[in-house]
Design a protein around this ligand. Structure first.
Ligand code: ADP
Ligand code: MG
Ligand code: ZN
Length: 212
């Protein structure tokens, strides 16, 4: 096909896979599983995560169940591109964890990688602790070849959990943490504006993308 207006294209396009769901739903586990299988198939893998998320490892993605896979920590999309592009011919599979922390240029860049024939596997939260879509995930879900939406286990009642409940009173959209700061909750048990005791109502936060 050669070079087109949208840039370099491979004869065989790759694909975009998105793994999403609330915290503790197994997104990182599933990303690690897919990337490990790609490595077993002798595919060359490059995996990235934002440097906000250094909960467990700086040089690996990690699941809450302590599975890990080597990854490069980058500050933003600019750095991700600067690291990946010089070695792009050597890479066949690109993994991105915690994609909700990257800016919307991840959407166009994922498309470019797909047109270069790469398999792009993206894991990220579908909604924030307010229950609203967490950009840029909505558009990534829309352009993906395959979407896997996982549920966690509600920590209140054991039902399938689709929400991430923030415990305590911080109202910042980005507050990185794990158990103790966030909890998986089902729709019935989710109460985005209450504190951990479900009692006091708090002021609505101004979160990115909430124009309502
Ligand atoms: P995510 O990347 O979606 O936050 P991880 O892949 O890091 O999730 O972790 C998933 C693992 O977390 C599960 O396999 C399980 O061992 C553990 N876990 C802890 N709390 C929960 C919960 N409430 N629901 C499901 N799994 C949980
Ligand atoms: Mg994760
Ligand atoms: Zn519940």
């Amino acid at each position: 096909m050669g070079t087109t207006a949208v840039g370099q294209r491979a004869i065989h396009p790759g694909r975009i896979e998105v793994i999403t769901g609330p915290m503790f739903s197994g997104k990182s586990e599933e990303l690690i599983r897919r990337l490990k299988r790609a490595q077993i198939a002798k595919r060359r893998v490059a995996c990235f995560k934002p440097d906000l998320d250094v909960r467990y490892h700086r040089t690996a993605i990690a699941s809450h169940s302590a599975q890990t896979l080597d990854a490069m920590t980058v500050t933003n999309m600019e750095e991700l591109k600067a690291v990946l592009m010089p070695m792009i011919d050597l890479v066949e599979v690109v993994g991105v964890d915690e994609a909700q922390f990257f800016d919307p240029s991840l959407i166009g860049f994922s498309n470019e990688l797909m047109h270069l024939g790469k398999r792009v596997i993206i894991a990220g939260l579908d909604t924030s602790f307010t229950g609203e879509p967490f950009a840029p995930m909505p558009e990534l879900l829309a352009i993906a070849d395959e979407v896997v939406k996982l549920s966690a286990v509600c920590m209140q009642c054991g039902a399938p959990a689709v929400h991430t409940q923030r415990l305590g009173s911080s109202q910042s959209l980005v507050l990185v943490g794990a158990a103790g700061v966030y909890e998986a909750r089902c729709r019935a048990c989710f109460s985005p504006w209450a504190d951990e005791h479900g009692s006091e109502q708090m002021e609505l936060p101004v979160s990115a993308g909430s124009g309502r």
